[in-house]
Design a protein around this ligand. Structure first.
Ligand code: SAM
Length: 354
């Protein structure tokens, strides 16, 4: 194995190279590139696989098979892994779960991660049930952007989908708005016969509050996967419906990821469509996911993985950890197969880190 340095290195089919940033400072930044030439610059970091909601398409009611405490990465271990990713060229981290705000002292972890060299963007995905009491600490910890899951604005329907109450979610959202998080993105999974009469209401809600709206196609994950075929909605069709009511102009958003954005004419509202099923975006995939037990998942829809926790607990060096990450990235598969093999995936979204 060649030693990994900040200069070009070939590593098990995965290339790690340096590139000169097009800036006057000519700062060198490493790049983590997989065997299909995709630059990996984004890590979804799951800090817990537990959640205080039970969205029917995500985590089944009564599910209890969560990671034990000793299997969970500690803050020190997470920081070590994120530091290694930062040194390898990853600049964006999204903290997720499960529900990340149920992990004790999460703002302390966020503060440690946002201080790491190379980490330029730290954001959080949350269901917002516990957000209201955390906004100040999260802002002070360096989190500026939020994604909030919200599938319905109707209290009874919200409860049917999630098993929880809408009121604290709305309170969390308003607290986040007043605390100055920008942007706040609302993630709404489009569900046939469940919330498919609510898209216009959600557009109006986001317009009023200055949120970004992202509609997401349901994916078959774990044993909840049966819901995916029952409730799947092709977002191209929803877009055409929305376009009859709103003037939708193609747009872009920084850090927009795989979403295709449209701006509602005459307003500041951006609507993103995330279409893993009808129009997958694997050829531009720039991310991997670190689960709370230290498993590095290389694709949301495939089982390719690399266990980092045993290495950490066996005392791997920093260089060895980076070598392991580079080797893992070489095995990132070309694409998911949600469509061709919808039942192959046995783990839930909350386990991988949504
Ligand atoms: N608890 C946090 C939250 O609610 O945002 C983060 C974790 S949650 C698993 C992340 C996102 O995954 C949520 O927006 C949720 O709706 C979405 N999700 C979960 N299962 C899904 C599925 N089968 N298809 C599409 N999206 C899913």
């Amino acid at each position: 194995m060649k030693k990994i340095t900040a200069s070009s290195a070939d590593f098990g089919g995965c290339i790690m190279e340096s590139e000169e940033r097009a800036s006057e400072t000519k700062k060198m930044r490493p790049a983590l590139i997989d065997s299909f030439g995709r630059r990996i610059e984004y890590v979804r970091l799951s800090v817990t696989d537990k959640c205080n909601l039970r969205c029917f398409y995500c985590l089944p009611k009564g599910f209890k098979d969560f990671e034990h405490k000793e299997q969970r990465l500690t803050f020190d271990e997470i920081e070590r892994i994120v530091r290694a990713f930062g040194e390898l060229g990853v600049s964006r981290i999204r903290i997720t779960g499960g529900e990340p705000l149920i992990r004790k002292d999460l703002p302390l972890l966020a503060k440690r991660l946002s201080a790491l060299r190379g980490i330029e963007d730290l954001s959080l995905s949350t269901n917002a049930t516990l957000l209201a009491s955390h906004t100040t600490a999260l802002r002070q910890a360096g989190i500026a952007r939020l994604n909030v899951s919200l599938d319905s604005l109707q209290p009874e329907r919200f409860e049917r989908i999630t098993g929880g109450r809408l009121e604290p979610v709305l309170a969390g959202l308003m607290a986040a708005k007043h605390a100055g998080f920008r942007p706040i993105k609302i993630n709404m999974v489009a569900l046939r016969n469940v919330n498919d009469d609510e898209f216009e209401d959600m557009v109006e809600f986001c317009l009023v509050h200055g949120f970004v709206l992202r509609l997401i196609e349901i994916m078959p994950m774990g044993s909840t996967g049966g819901h995916a075929s029952q409730h799947y909605l092709d977002l191209q069709i929803i877009k055409e419906k929305l376009a009859r009511k709103f003037d939708l102009v193609p747009s872009a958003m920084p850090g927009g990821g795989p979403a295709r954005y449209y701006q509602v004419g005459g307003t500041n509202l951006h609507i993103g469509l995330i279409t893993p099923i009808s129009q997958h975006f694997c050829e531009t995939c720039n991310r991997v996911r670190l689960a709370v037990d230290g498993t590095l998942y290389l694709c949301l829809g495939q089982d390719h993985r690399y266990e980092l926790r045993p290495l950490l607990r066996q005392g791997v060096s920093d260089a060895g950890l980076k070598e392991a990450i580079v080797a893992a990235i070489a095995h990132k598969p070309a694409r998911h197969e949600f469509r061709g093999r919808p039942r192959q995936l046995v783990r839930f979204m909350s386990m991988t880190g949504g």
